[in-house]
Design a protein around this ligand. Sequence first.
Ligand code: ATP
Length: 509
Amino acid sequence: MPHTCPQKLVVIGGTVETARRASVSAWNGFVDSFFLTAHFSQEDYPYDWLMHWLSKQPAWGRSREFEITTRTVSRNGLTQSTTGDLEEEEEVDDDDDSLVHGRRKRKISFMPSLDTTHTIYYRGHWLRITRTKRYPDYGHGSSLKISVVARNNDILKKLVLEAKREYEKDAEHRVHIFMADTTYGCWRWNGARQKRPMSSIVLQPGVKDMLLADCKDFLCSEEWYAERGIPFRRGYLLHGVPGSGKTSLIHSLAGELGLDIYVVSLSSKGMSDNTLTTLMGHVPSRCILLLEDLDAAFTRSVSRDSSSTGAPTVPTSSTTPTPETNDGSTLSLSGLLNSLDGVAAAEGRLLFATTNHIERLDPALSRPGRMDVWVNFTHATKWQAEGIFKCFFPHKPQGGVPAPSATASSDEKVDASQKNLPLPKRKAPGHAIPVLDEAEISELAKRFADAIPENELSVAALQGYLLKNKVRPRECVEEVDEWVIQERETREKLKKEKAEVSPRYATYA
Ligand SMILES: Nc1ncnc2c1ncn2[C@@H]1O[C@H](COP(=O)(O)OP(=O)(O)OP(=O)(O)O)[C@@H](O)[C@H]1O
């Protein structure tokens, strides 16, 4: 019979497949009965510690199946972004020529491939490691399963602690940033940035020290708060003109205090009372929670300039929710207040909020208890202009070694023997930066500050000008008057253009 063969094959194939599945499930049952198993979800830190630890294990050299990636996959900061050529490199090299051509070499990582069980020998035990996708349909959310044959879970505890220690050692010089994902109501790791030295932020004398001391004092006062029944939280409101260093200061403080930053943009699409409450419930106890552009949350104005009305569109009564807006956002003032103060809100977090328009904030939001410390950021003062100039152009002091600069990298050291040479050059990517002596830098910085009008231009604008002249300290000072005139003209032009588009702007500006 011509039809018998395929039918037989189907039956045989089915039987073999059923037998295979039965044996796999029997084997898994057998293994599970002997193994201790720990699960780690991507949403939580231990997952990152272990992925970091795994990526460093020499055992990967012998593994027959693994994933190689250059994409940013976790908050451990080991992997770099975007695609790269595998044969090209293994590490980023600071002296690399490719930097000159605007392209950094990619760092590659070995990771356990998905749905494959890997076996690694660790402290006298064989670990079985499996990474799986938790939400394959959505393309995110991995989890890690580690099984080991052992009498108790000591070995797993040791493993997690070792992975944590290694992770923290590597993360020491970085600040991890997490962004709110309003679609899933969770936090997504967004990258790890090099810590920014506090010395690179130029503010009026005493401001940085005051903030740093306040944060440190708060972080070690948990008992004090508990004894008095005060919620263990502190809020800082940084308000003022754009480009004055609010965000930079927060990043710098996070580095100094060794805290991660959790960023919420309240005006983002899909933000609602429920989402915000869920997010707040998942903020860890010691971190910086950053609410960006607090005033934009309720105006729903895309523009942050003075032409928007500024009037909150929510009723000032803190109990009435806002109607749903076009972008699906249903965040209300009461929702925001509840999520900041509610039972789900994390204890021990430092809340930083930034705004360019403090006058638009509802008093309920900025009252003490929610925002305990207010700092006003203005346009650059002469004092700041002098400070930022000195940051850009470190001097060669009496000893011959240039003072560390905020913008100088560690390889930008000048040998003491160069002390008496005219204009020694410092190495920088593609440039030679002249190192002047202290007296000359001080004099140039003073002249630069004299030419900068008090409280008129943003520090960001000064930084832009200095960046353009980063290898020309003397010329930079000679040409600064001309630059100020140009800046004023540009601003006037912009103002006029905006006034034409929105006549109301002229009134406010
Ligand atoms: N006071 C400052 N000291 C050093 N650098 C500064 C200062 N102010 C601004 N800058 C520089 O200007 C740029 C913008 O600064 P930043 O983003 O911190 O300003 P911001 O006040 O948060 O602005 P916005 O309100 O628009 O968010 C950064 O590159 C930063 O290095």
